[in-house]
Design a protein around this ligand. Structure first.
Ligand code: GLC
Length: 539
């Protein structure tokens, strides 16, 4: 048993700093706000927090465009405030993970500015991917790659003499130039960045775009540029998931182990790994690589018993033997919230909310680790009707489409009161959150949720408490039980059974007795539609 590896069954809460709690009254959340919210998170019972990027940044992609990897953007605070946050979190037994962005930086990063000022072929340009264009006068991009957020993956620069010059590669927006990881200077710089934060006491890192970093040597054309353009998934086989990236993760793991050897505190690396198959995914969590990699297939599954069973079984199979456990996730800052994703308005409101609660209880019963995205514990729906003029997601700007934009899950949290800003900002009445909060957020405010034992917050809190009381939950495997179509039930260890009714009509409960915990009211002997429950078998 690996009980001493805290991360194997950890539940981590993702804090989207900008939208958590604002201590300065400017309408933007900040690190002091996160510190003020720690007791709330302690009550919820999470093992740690992952902070979305708070580094100095021009915010073209809300901090995923980093201009300085070793500081705090003044909008979010400063290094002293960061140190206070880590100290307070540790006093409360909450671990702190940072979001590190190694695939690309900001076009404002000093090294990129130096590269722009330097000549083609210079060492400054060699830290990025600069190349001459194709076609007459080099007016066409060097290859046919598409950027994830729309448009070509290349932008042409103006050289010192004022003439159009080389092109540089950016797999996201033009404001996010990709690092050239074949240049040892880049690896060396990230080593220093890791150590800078580890020396300040952090417990690990969530690694942005962890299947990125290396590009195929020579940057040849993609075999299927149309497929790359159609999807925001990382499908271009020459731009993502190159074998060399695994050496980086082996090295970063060794750096973490070095710190553990010094003080006995185990650090955690969790990768955002988007790769085509569960087999490829498993390679990232081999024993000497990342500790965890988000398993996004559960998040991508529709509300359907067979679909859920398939992705859960595949995850369990593929992760077995890697040394890791599955890292489950249902929500994050890039996805439509579960309440809205699972909802079917034609069948009446509340269905999405009931399903989201059931999915949460299912996730918390699975072996492995789980990540909760802020507001998920409140049952917050996606804000789907933000007006165009407040949208900030570069995907909207670059594709002209509202499809899959991400502002709706990033609206600042409601804490108290009946009207916006719902206690989110400490400013006066006029203080405006950076994205407008709808009136109905009043129903979801944390104050209200804490006072109402039927709230989603209580379900998550009770689930987390029981999960740690029933020690066997994080490790081991699951055994599927026979059920009727549309219902999933599995046993964990000797006695815990979790069942979920994906249909809308009640079914007989698969286990006698009163559930230990349920996502909705459960009459004796019955499992109502869109409901999950936990039982201790034989009770
Ligand atoms: C990751 C982040 C996303 C960001 C992108 C580029 O997918 O989760 O928010 O826009 O990387 O850094």
């Amino acid at each position: 048993m690996n009980r001493h590896h805290w991360w194997r069954d950890a539940v981590i809460y993702q804090v989207y700093v900008r939208s958590f709690l604002d201590s300065t009254g400017d309408g933007i959340g900040d690190l002091a706000g996160v510190r003020a919210g720690l007791p709330y998170l302690r009550k919820l019972g999470v093992d740690g927090i992952w902070l979305s990027p708070f580094y100095p940044s021009p915010q073209h992609d809300h901090g995923y465009d980093v201009a300085d990897y070793r500081d705090v953007d003044p909008v979010y605070g400063d290094l002293d405030e960061f140190d206070r946050l880590v100290a307070s979190a540790h006093r409360l037994g909450i671990r702190v993970l940072l979001d590190i962005v190694p695939n690309h930086c900001s076009s404002e990063h000093p090294w990129f500015r130096e590269a722009l000022a330097a000549a083609p072929g210079s060492p400054e340009r060699a830290r990025f991917h600069f190349a001459d264009g194709r076609g007459p006068d080099g007016g066409e991009p060097p290859n046919n790659w598409h950027a994830m957020f729309g448009g070509p993956a290349w932008t042409r620069v103006t050289e010192a003499d004022g003439r159009p010059g080389q092109w540089y590669l950016h797999m996201f927006t033009p404001e996010q130039p990709d690092w050239n990881w074949r240049n040892p200077e880049v690896a060396g710089e990230f080593d220093r960045v890791l150590r800078f934060w580890l020396d300040r006491g952090v417990d690990g890192f969530r690694i942005d775009v962890a299947a990125g970093l290396f590009k195929h040597p020579g940057l040849p054309d993609s075999p299927d540029p149309e497929a790359d353009a159609r999807t925001r998934d990382s499908v271009n086989p020459l731009a993502w998931n190159q074998p060399e990236v695994h050496d980086v993760w082996r090295h970063w793991r060794a750096v973490c182990e070095e710190y553990t050897a010094r003080d006995g505190r185990e650090r955690l690396l969790v990768g955002e790994v988007s790769v085509p198959s569960a087999r490829e995914h498993a390679k990232y969590v081999r024993p000497d690589e990342l500790h965890q990699a988000f398993f996004f297939d559960l998040l991508g599954a529709p509300w359907d018993a067979d679909a859920f069973r398939k992705v859960i079984s595949e995850a369990m199979q593929d992760i077995a033997g890697t040394g890791s456990t599955v890292t489950w996730v249902l929500n994050n800052h890039d996805q439509v919230r579960t309440v809205t994703r699972y909802g079917e308005p034609a069948e009446g409101s509340g269905l999405g909310a009931a399903r989201a609660r059931a999915a949460a209880l299912l996730m918390l019963a699975l072996p492995g680790a789980a990540y909760i995205y802020q507001g998920e514990e409140l049952g917050l729906p996606e804000v789907v009707d933000l007006p165009d003029d407040v949208l900030t997601d570069p995907i909207f700007r670059r594709t002209g489409s509202r499809a899959r934009i991400r502002d709706g899950c990033r609206v600042p949290l409601p804490w108290s009161g009946q009207a916006s800003p719902f206690g989110f900002t400490s400013g006066d009445e006029g203080a405006k959150p950076w994205l407008p909060q709808p009136d109905y957020f009043a129903e979801y405010a944390t104050h209200r949720a804490l006072a109402d034992t039927r709230s989603s917050w209580h379900l998550y809190r009770d689930g987390l408490q029981l999960r740690s009381a029933l020690h066997q939950l994080g490790e081991g495997t699951l055994r599927w039980l026979d059920t009727q179509p549309g219902v999933l039930a599995f046993a964990r260890g000797d006695d815990l059974v979790c069942a979920v009714n994906f249909g809308t009509a009640p079914v007989p409960a698969p286990v006698p007795g009163t559930p230990l915990l349920a996502s909705g009211p459960c009459p004796p002997g019955e499992l109502p539609g869109s409901t999950a429950a936990w039982w201790i078998d034989g009770s």
